[in-house]
Design a protein around this ligand. Structure first.
Ligand SMILES: *[C@@H]1O[C@H](CO)[C@@H](O)[C@H](O)[C@H]1NC(C)=O
Ligand SMILES: *[C@@H]1O[C@H](CO)[C@@H](O)[C@H](O)[C@H]1NC(C)=O
Length: 632
């Protein structure tokens, strides 16, 4: 990572009190930080005092009153003799209005020009579910801190104004259920911090542009959109696209739709031509198929005769070896699909022939990326040390396959033979959280934002809570950041769930070290409480940006829980956080609360740790997710 991170020696100092030099250095660093914090604060105060706070608030007050008087609806009962900061729906910070929320007040009319733009500190504006109409006033563009804009459920109309695409601070934008029209501009790409975009139930036309944003939430349902859904959105729920003439994943394939729509417009003569041509093509295909079958049969015979035949060259690594091993076995073609819909989308032969690339060597085996034809890419885990019989194995896999949650990596299929046990998962293109946090991701890479980290933490917690809700013995067993994979839109999907119970006695426990709860002796038996511990380490990792140790010797990482506790007890909390996070404003409180969750989860004694359900609740109460709930 290009970012300046605390050098390893500085936290080694915390860990090793004997090293007096490191100790002195860390004390000096702590003192410097302790000094610089109040200085910064003093500076802030000075700025605030010399710049007229009261006049800021006075102009905010005037803007609020002007807004109120230009809109009709239920009266906003604001006590004029009190500070505007006490008015309903208004929140202030540092002497400025930062939030205005007046949802569902029956407000009518058009937003006046040159009024809201005067609320220069505004971060959240919610006018949802009123009857406001017309266009958006251009002075909104001057709101440089506006992160959350909720205008859903009004009657705003016209094309989206140009200035919208210069509002770089927007994180969540909800324009749903209005009367906007025109196209969805690719200029949304300009809003680099945007993570939620709701455009459903408007009159947008044209196609969906390629939006290279990390959108957690996206909805364009019930517009007049047409064309293919960009592949980038293929992992999103169908309901985000319904009520349009769209095609492609997650909806049905495009060709079929295209053919039928074209068909309507064709003359009967053209149809006759097509029919004849199709028949000819059909015959040709039939001939080819017969030929291929014939060739394959003779090839297979040849193959059986000479067992030294290698798998095709395009197979780069590893899986080639699988072929020989399973070839010997009788169950050669047994790839069992978990879900009916996916059945036969490929077979074992294709899988083994696919070009493969090692993604990682994990606790339970090596994972490969396999690129099959027709754009199918899957992740294949080649399990090692499985001692279960076939029926035991299948029983456990069924349980794993039945765990259905949007934040678990879906298991697609499995293969069991004497020598090979393969698990086929959906492939997650963005890689693992561990890689995003700790690897050098090259120039131009932006470190994960605080919002993204919060969303990842919450969704991961929900998925683990889901696993824990499956039954008394249900646990994940191997929670760590390299098992949290991300979709293109940075939605987390947990992998490796349920594999701990498949592992044979040979699995080495040291690999678990940084995440392993102190009470865990046998890594195949991991309680829910131990899951909570591992999850706590993951939270500390997200908040501090530090990698937990992966070996017993703590050489390549830190004992994160111990380090975080020590750092919180000893010194200024700002030292604890990932330096990448210090540039975000107004999130300190959430960061401290998230850190506390991590610390509570990593209590030494299992019965002092919160349950995953409690953890989820606490995360949902972070102010961040308060504003998230607004979308409903
Ligand atoms: C896109 O953002 C840049 C600043 O990054 C800004 O100068 C430009 O005007 C924006 N484009 C549009 C179309 O608003
Ligand atoms: C999208 O919006 C529609 C309402 O128009 C809603 O029914 C659907 O659940 C939403 N889907 C997603 C994924 O947000």
């Amino acid at each position: 990572m290009i970012s300046p991170r605390a050098p390893a020696s500085s936290f080694a100092g915390f860990l090793d009190p004997k090293s007096s030099l490191a100790m002195k250095q860390s004390i000096a660093a702590a003192a410097a930080a302790a000094l610089s914090m109040p200085l910064a604060f003093l500076f802030l105060l000075l700025c605030l005092c010399s710049s007229p706070v009261n006049s800021d608030l006075a102009s905010d007050r005037a803007a609020l009153l002007a807004l109120r008087s230009s809109l009709h609806g239920r009266p906003l009962l604001w006590n004029l003799s009190a500070s505007p900061c006490s008015w309903e729906g208004v929140k202030c910070a540092l002497g400025q209005v930062v939030e205005l929320r007046v949802p569902g007040m029956g407000l009518r009319g058009e937003l006046p020009s040159g009024v809201i733009g005067n609320l220069t500190g505004l971060q959240t504006l919610s006018l949802r579910f009123n009857s406001l109409g017309g266009s958006l006033p251009p002075d909104l563009a001057g709101l440089l801190s506006l992160r959350y804009l909720y205008l859903q459920g009004n009657k705003f109309s016209g094309e989206l104004p140009d200035f919208l695409f210069s509002m770089q601070s927007l994180v969540r934008l909800n324009l749903a259920a209005n009367e906007f029209d025109g196209v969805i501009s690719p200029r949304f790409n300009n809003l680099s911090r945007l993570s939620a975009l709701y455009l459903e139930q408007n009159n947008f036309t044209g196609s969906i542009p390629e939006l290279n944003l990390r959108l957690d939430q996206f909805n364009v349902s019930f517009n007049h959109l047409s064309g293919a859904i960009p592949t980038l959105f293929s992992g999103m729920p169908e309901s985000a696209f319904e009520g349009n003439s769209l095609c492609g994943k997650p909806l049905s394939l495009c060709n079929a739709t295209a053919a039928t729509t074209r068909g309507h417009k064709l003359s009967s003569r053209a149809i006759a031509t097509i029919v004849v041509a199709s028949l000819l093509i059909l015959l040709l295909v039939l001939a080819i198929v017969i030929l291929i079958c014939f060739c394959m049969r003779s090839a297979k015979k040849k193959h059986d005769n000479s067992e030294k035949t290698e798998a095709p060259k395009q197979s780069k690594i590893g899986i080639r070896a699988v072929r020989k091993a399973s070839d010997v076995n009788n169950g050669f073609n047994s790839l069992v699909f978990i879900r009916k819909q996916q059945e036969k989308s490929f077979d074992l032969e294709e899988l083994l022939k696919a070009s493969a690339e090692v993604l990682g060597k994990g606790t339970f085996g090596t994972t490969y990326k396999a690129s099959l034809g027709a754009g199918i890419t899957v992740a294949v885990k080649r399990l090692k040390d499985v001692s279960d019989s076939e029926s035991e194995f299948i029983e456990k896999i069924k349980e794993i396959g039945a765990m259905n949650h949007e934040n678990l990596v879906p298991l697609v299929a499995y293969h069991y033979s004497k020598d090979e046990k393969l698990l086929v998962y959906e492939y997650m293109p963005t890689g693992s959280l561990s890689a995003l946090l700790h690897d050098d991701n090259g120039a131009g890479w932006t470190p994960l934002s605080w919002d993204t980290r919060c969303a990842i933490a919450l969704r991961t917690a929900q998925a683990v809570a889901h696993i824990h809700s499956q039954g008394p013995g249900a646990s994940h067993g191997n929670i760590k950041s390299s098992n949290v994979l991300l979709t293109k839109s940075y939605e987390p999907r947990i992998s490796d769930y349920g594999l701990a119970c498949l592992a044979g006695p040979a699995v080495s426990p040291s690999r678990f070290h940084g995440y392993r709860a102190p009470e865990v002796i046998d890594v195949r038996i991991v309680s829910r409480e131990a899951d909570v511990y591992s999850f706590g380490v993951l939270i500390l990792e997200l908040v501090t940006g530090k990698a937990p140790s992966t070996s017993l010797l703590a050489e390549d990482g830190v004992d994160l829980p111990r380090w975080a506790r020590g750092a919180v007890e000893q010194g200024p909390t700002a030292e604890v956080f990932d330096t990448e996070l210090l540039r975000y404003q107004n999130v300190e409180e959430d960061m401290v609360r998230m850190l506390q969750i991590g610390i509570d989860c990593t209590e030494q004694s299992p019965d002092q740790r919160p349950s995953m359900a409690q953890v989820t609740k606490r995360m949902e109460s972070l102010s961040q997710f308060h504003s998230f709930q607004e979308q409903d």
